[in-house]
Ligand binder design. Structure first.
Ligand code: DHB
Length: 388
């Protein structure tokens, strides 16, 4: 079979691109080696930037983010035993939305099914070839038959273990590792606060996020080699209580731990994001550490730009359009890389550092929360920089 665009990867980035291309009259085939059920049940982050919400609503995916999601007009930074609210609405006139990535995926999948999208999940052995001249994508379906799709364009939206990424010739890879990871838990408890709490304590970072009235998402900094299965509920709660402790009467509400995982933690960028007729989007091209929840938002920003570039390429025969993609996408990627790195280093404890480092970190946090300029920088990055 032949199609205009093959999208390798049917997560939020791949599906959003397929949806935007459909709106532009461009057909695409989406393939993914996972099943829909696997993707729907893998917990990821939960915060959408203002423009991610707009993209979902204005492009006609779904309004469910507005009805079932929760608008958050600020966050709390907690350190020295006190919470300091950063008021996004007051500082930049914007909010973010608590709406889990799994819900974003469900909405996008439903929209593509509604609009007759060609989605092929649960395939194996994907092979992409000839990306400079006449791209082909081969795969094996669930019955074991081999298929070939020929395409004008191939998009790699296939995540951090991308099979497309290595096909970008002469690419440069930029890495940063961190000496810690996050221990993530889903707990059965009511919310402890109306908004998210990013906490910095002498023992390290903790984040109190939310999912529903009865289920909450929490994280705390841990050793990257930690085995979550050996941790009892009591031991997990002791860590969280210790890091949220304070003098203001704040109370962390407890309950059974439903799920526990250790999340990888690194910064990564590959440049360029295009080779011939192959273009990368989302985690296939870049990874951010989770602090600040930029990963999904960045993937959606990539495909918004990419949909426009492909519209010019395919509908308007503008041969120069593909050349503009890397630079436009990477300008936002590096802003988000810095933001995620900055939020991370401002709030995490590194073993083996000195009292100077601890006190400098508190100095940075105190300067931030007491300065309108400092707080505005955080609010602007957190709710998302304007798109261009
Ligand atoms: C969540 C995850 C994050 O990394 C973050 O910065 C905020 C929220 C979450 O899973 O809810």
């Amino acid at each position: 079979t032949a199609t205009q665009v093959v999208i390798v990867g049917g997560g939020p980035a791949g599906l959003m691109l397929s949806h935007l291309l459909h709106n532009a009259g461009i057909d695409s085939v989406v393939i993914d080696n996972r099943t829909v059920e696997q993707i729907e049940t893998t917990h990821r982050a939960g915060i959408l930037e203002r423009d991610s919400v707009r993209l979902l609503v204005d492009s006609g995916v779904s309004d469910r983010v507005l009805t079932d999601g929760h608008e958050h007009a600020g966050i709390a930074l907690r350190f020295g035993g006190l919470s300091h609210r950063i008021d996004f609405q007051k500082l930049v006139g914007a909010s973010c939305w608590l709406y889990p990535q799994t819900a974003v995926f469900v909405d996008l999948h439903a929209a593509r099914v509604r609009d007759g999208g060609d989605l092929r999940y649960g395939i194996t052995d994907t092979e992409v070839a000839d990306v400079v001249d006449a791209p082909t994508v081969d795969y094996t379906d669930a019955d074991g038959s081999r298929h070939r799709i020929t395409a004008r364009i191939v998009v790699g939206a296939d995540g951090s273990r991308s099979v497309c990424r290595p096909l970008i010739d002469q690419a440069t890879q930029y890495f940063r590792e961190y000496p810690f990871a996050w221990f993530g838990v889903m707990v059965q408890a009511p919310p402890s606060a109306p908004e998210l709490i990013y906490a910095r304590a002498p023992e390290g970072f903790a984040l109190i996020s939310q999912r529903t009235d009865t289920v909450q998402r929490m994280y705390f900094q841990c050793d990257p080699r930690e085995d979550p299965s050996t941790w009892s509920d009591d031991r997990i709660w002791a860590q969280l209580h210790g890091r949220l402790a304070g003098h203001d009467g704040f109370e962390l509400k407890e309950g059974p731990v439903l799920e526990r995982t250790v999340l990888p933690f690194r910064s990564f960028v590959q440049s360029p994001m295009r080779h011939g007729n192959l273009l990368l989007a989302g985690d296939a091209a870049h990874t951010v550490p989770p602090t600040g929840a930029k990963g999904l938002n960045l993937a959606l920003a990539d495909v918004r730009v990419l949909a426009e570039v492909l519209d010019r390429t395919i509908n308007k025969s503008d041969d120069a359009a593909l050349d503009t993609y890397t630079e436009r996408a990477l300008s936002r990627v590096w802003k988000a890389q810095h933001f995620s790195y900055w939020m991370t280093t401002m709030l995490h404890h590194v073993d083996g550092t000195t009292d100077f480092d601890d006190l400098r970190q508190l100095g940075e946090l105190n300067a931030l929360v007491s300065s309108e300029a400092g707080s505005t920088y955080l609010a602007e990055g957190y709710t998302g920089w304007p798109q261009h």
